[in-house]
Design a protein around this ligand. Structure first.
Ligand SMILES: NC(=O)c1ccc[n+]([C@@H]2O[C@H](COP(=O)([O-])OP(=O)(O)OC[C@H]3O[C@@H](n4cnc5c(N)ncnc54)[C@H](O)[C@@H]3O)[C@@H](O)[C@H]2O)c1
Length: 465
């Protein structure tokens, strides 16, 4: 067992008692239930918190990503932006300008690494948005939930198995929502094909694929691309599928993962790094800033992870943030009666003969577009944010909180989708051996209901544009 693998899995020692993973499981380093209760204390799937007519929001992390959520929330009826926080004063000031001229008048927190705690300590905040570097997500989310706040966390929610469990256990104990902001679940083709899948168009889904193929090499190496180059540091010290959830979230929803099926085990394989190490050495020769990266063992350029579900379906997820390839999340749904594939162009098929033509595609769109898109899709495109999906997600989140409805993505989704990173890391470090995906729902996946994309309830939150 390599130390890196153990560290990623976060397999800390601890006493084993009744209701916890059994003694014999301890000897198996791949059993990531170890040390955690096999009994669910409270089911957060389908959990409806009390209605919050005016959702009072605080934002932590206002770099590249945070201000886009801030802009979206400022346009949704029934929200009050109470507080903005970032380590860097200039980022808070810049973000504040996004909402200048609106009714929102937030308090600003900045200048120290723990200022965000003051925001979480406030009594007049219901929801905390976290869009900070990955290693800060869980400490901030745990603290906020313990202060009685619902939390949303950017992707991936957690960086280790231990952190995944902490999210689950804290959300269950506090009965606070913990939603990972997986915006790709709200992209238009993903929602269309989710509805088609639910209506049986593809028959029984048996295999799905997703990916994050996005060339970020320049941004990762740019001095001011990410604050303190945190994302380069992750790529320089960790392995596997570092950012799995954009491809994984939508296909998990189509497969009813955590709501009828669950991820059982995975295997993961990576190439060597053929790009980042060379770039680091080249830059370090000219600029001392890059010296700490010059001799790092960078993550392999392409990672491929294959997951098998309890019901015998498969999911293939790829991660490549360096190759000069066109952007792709793949989004393949393959069933006994049909297929959907998003990249390079959204395509649907119901036979071996080829994809449906443009007129047939349009007819399918008209028939299967879910109500959430019919209702808010055009408004979302106007507000923008990755073509509208970010706004659809934010609107739906606020509408659920205001109407006291369960959120579309719960803490089990956050934990299990994020867990693919540390689990893939373990597999990569261990000659691609298979590793169990823990059941964060502890059995409730067999009864949990799929989330509502038809706006059966709620849907009355207005938009101010
Ligand atoms: N879903 C998406 O489409 C999408 C897109 C981009 C980024 N993201 C995610 O958003 C998150 C942020 O990414 P980014 O691109 O904005 O990075 P960034 O580096 O631009 O922003 C992070 C911000 O967090 C702040 N920060 C760091 N430590 C802090 C602390 N102790 N207290 C308060 N603020 C602190 C930094 O100053 C910075 O402004 C990441 O999780 C990333 O994966 C998601």
């Amino acid at each position: 067992m390599k130390i890196g693998g153990l560290a990623g899995l976060g397999l800390a020692g601890g006493s084993v008692m009744n209701g916890f993973a059994s003694e014999s499981d301890q000897s198996n380093p791949m059993n990531s239930m170890y040390g955690h209760s096999t009994v669910q204390t409270f089911n957060m799937s389908g959990y409806a918190a009390p209605k919050i007519p005016i959702v009072r929001v605080g934002f932590i992390g206002l770099g590249n990503r945070g201000p886009s959520h801030l802009n979206a929330i400022s346009k949704i009826e029934g929200t009050e932006i109470k507080a903005l926080c970032d380590l860097r004063p200039a980022s808070v000031e810049k973000a504040k300008k996004v909402i200048d001229g609106t009714s929102h008048n937030p308090t600003l927190y900045s200048g120290g690494p723990d200022e965000w705690k003051k925001l979480c300590d406030r009594k007049d905040i219901d929801l905390v948005y976290i869009a900070t570097p990955w290693h800060l997500h869980v400490p901030m989310a745990i603290y906020a939930m313990n202060q009685g706040k619902h939390v949303t966390i950017e992707v991936p929610a957690a960086v280790s198995m231990q952190e995944c469990w902490q999210l689950v256990e804290t959300s269950e104990r506090t009965r606070k929502h913990c939603m990972m902001l997986e915006n790709c679940c709200y992209d238009f083709f993903e929602l269309l094909t989710l509805n088609m899948s639910r209506q049986g168009y593809f028959g029984e889904l048996l295999h799905t694929e997703g990916a994050y193929i996005h060339n970020l090499i320049d941004l990762n190496f740019k001095e001011n691309g990410y604050q303190d180059m945190w994302r380069l540091r992750e790529n320089a010290t960790r392995k596997g599928s570092l950012y799995p959830t954009h491809g994984l979230g939508p296909v998990c929803q189509a497969l009813n993962i955590n709501r009828g099926d669950r991820m059982d085990y995975l295997v993961s394989v990576s190439t060597n790094d053929f790009q980042m190490g060379d770039r680091a050495k080249e830059l370090a020769a000219k600029n001392d800033l890059y010296k700490e990266f010059a001799n790092k063992d960078f993550n392999g350029n392409m990672n491929t992870t294959t997951i098998r579900t309890s019901k015998g379906k498969t999911i293939m997820i790829q991660h490549d943030v360096t190759s000069p390839r066109p952007y792709s999340r793949i989004h393949l749904l393959s069933g006994t009666k049909g297929t959907a594939l998003k990249y390079p162009a959204p395509s649907i098929s119901n036979s071996h003969e080829g994809w449906v033509n443009a007129a047939e595609f349009k007819a399918l769109e008209e028939k299967y577009t879910p109500n959430i898109v019919k209702k808010v899709g055009e408004l979302a495109k106007k507000v923008g944010g990755h073509g509208g999906m970010d706004f659809l997600m934010n609107w739906r989140l606020i509408d659920c909180l205001r109407n006291g409805l369960p959120l579309d993505q719960d803490v089990y989704d956050a934990a299990s989708w994020s867990a693919v990173w540390p689990l893939s890391e373990w597999s990569v470090n261990n000659r691609s051996n298979s590793v169990d995906v823990p059941d964060f729902t502890r059995g409730s996946w067999q009864k949990n209901e799929p989330h509502d994309i038809d706006l059966k309830k709620g849907g009355d939150t207005k938009v101010k544009i």
